[in-house]
Design a protein around this ligand. Sequence first.
Ligand SMILES: NC(=O)c1ccc[n+]([C@@H]2O[C@H](COP(=O)([O-])OP(=O)(O)OC[C@H]3O[C@@H](n4cnc5c(N)ncnc54)[C@H](OP(=O)(O)O)[C@@H]3O)[C@@H](O)[C@H]2O)c1
Length: 283
Amino acid sequence: MFVVIGAGGTVGREVVAGLRSGGRAVRAFVRDAGRVRFGPGVEVAVGDLGRPETVRAALDGAEGVFVLSAGPDAAAQEAVVAEEVRRCRVGRVVKVSSVAADGPALGSYGRAHAEAEQAFARTGAEFTALRPAAFMSNVLQWRASIAAEGTVYQTYGHIPRAVVDPADVAAAAVVCLTTAGHGGRVHRLTGPEALTSPQQAARVARLLGRPLTYVEAPREAAAEAMAAGGLPAGFAAGLLDAQADPDPRRGGLPLPTVRSLTGREPNGFDAWLSRHRHLFETG
Ligand SMILES: NC(=O)c1ccc[n+]([C@@H]2O[C@H](COP(=O)([O-])OP(=O)(O)OC[C@H]3O[C@@H](n4cnc5c(N)ncnc54)[C@H](OP(=O)(O)O)[C@@H]3O)[C@@H](O)[C@H]2O)c1
C-alpha cells in the first residue's frame, strides 16, 4: 500500500494515477473527499497534516509514502509526517522539495524544504528528495488576467527557468517509490529547455491564437497579491526571494534526470500547453 499525501494536487493526482497504472494499491490522503474523484482501487483517507492523528491513521500499513504539502506550515507538518513514518516503520518515502533547497546559502523557502528533507532522512526509511524546478503549471496563474485583459503579469520573469511538467515530477516519484536504489538520493528535476516568462507568454499566445501583452510586475505588486490571497508576509517574501534567485544551477539549466529516472525524454512546454489548452479557454 502506497500513501499519497497531497493526492488532490497537481503532482499528487498524477502520482496516484501512476501507481495505479502499475497495479499498486493506493491510499489517497486528502482534506476534502468530495473535491477529487479517484479511479477504482484508490482508498481515500480524509485528514489534515495539521491533525497528526489523521496522518497516523493514514500511514498504518504503508510500504511507501509520497509527501507533498504547501504553505507556511509545510515544514512543521512534514516533520509530523516524518515522525509517523518512523513510528509506522514505512519502508520508502519520496518528498517533493525544491531546487531552492540546494545550498549552501538558503532562503527561508529553501530552508523549510531542506529541514523537512532532513527530518525524513532521519526516519530510517529509504528516503528520496525530489527537487524540481518551477512547474509548467504555474502559468495557470495567468489565466484571469489573460481572460480579462489579454495581459500576463509576472515578477522576476526575466530569469530563465527550465520549467518541468508536474507529470514528470510524478513519474520520477513513482519510479523512486517502486524501485530500489534511490534511498539517500537527491534528484533535481527540470524540463528540456530554459524559458523566461516572456518566452512562456509568447508560447501561450501562440496556443490561443491571439496576442498577449507581457508586463514585468514589481515585487511589491506580487507581495500585495500574495497578501490578498492570505499568505503571511514573511512566507510570501521567502517565495519571492526564491523566484528572484538568478543562479542557473537552481532550476535554470535543463538536466538529464527525468530521462535517466523514467527512461523517456521530459515533456516540453508546448506539449504541456496543448494538453492543458482547455484550462485557458475556461478562464
Ligand atoms: N509550483 C512550483 O513551481 C514548485 C516548484 C518546485 C517545488 N514546488 C513545491 O511543490 C509543492 C506545491 O505544489 P503545487 O504548487 O503544485 O500545489 P498542489 O499540489 O496543487 O497543492 C498543494 C497540495 O498540498 C495539500 N495540502 C496543503 N496543506 C495541507 C494540509 N494541511 N493537509 C493535507 N494536505 C494539504 C493540498 O491539499 P488540498 O487538495 O486539500 O488543498 C494539495 O493537494 C510545494 O511544496 C512547493 O514548494 C512547487
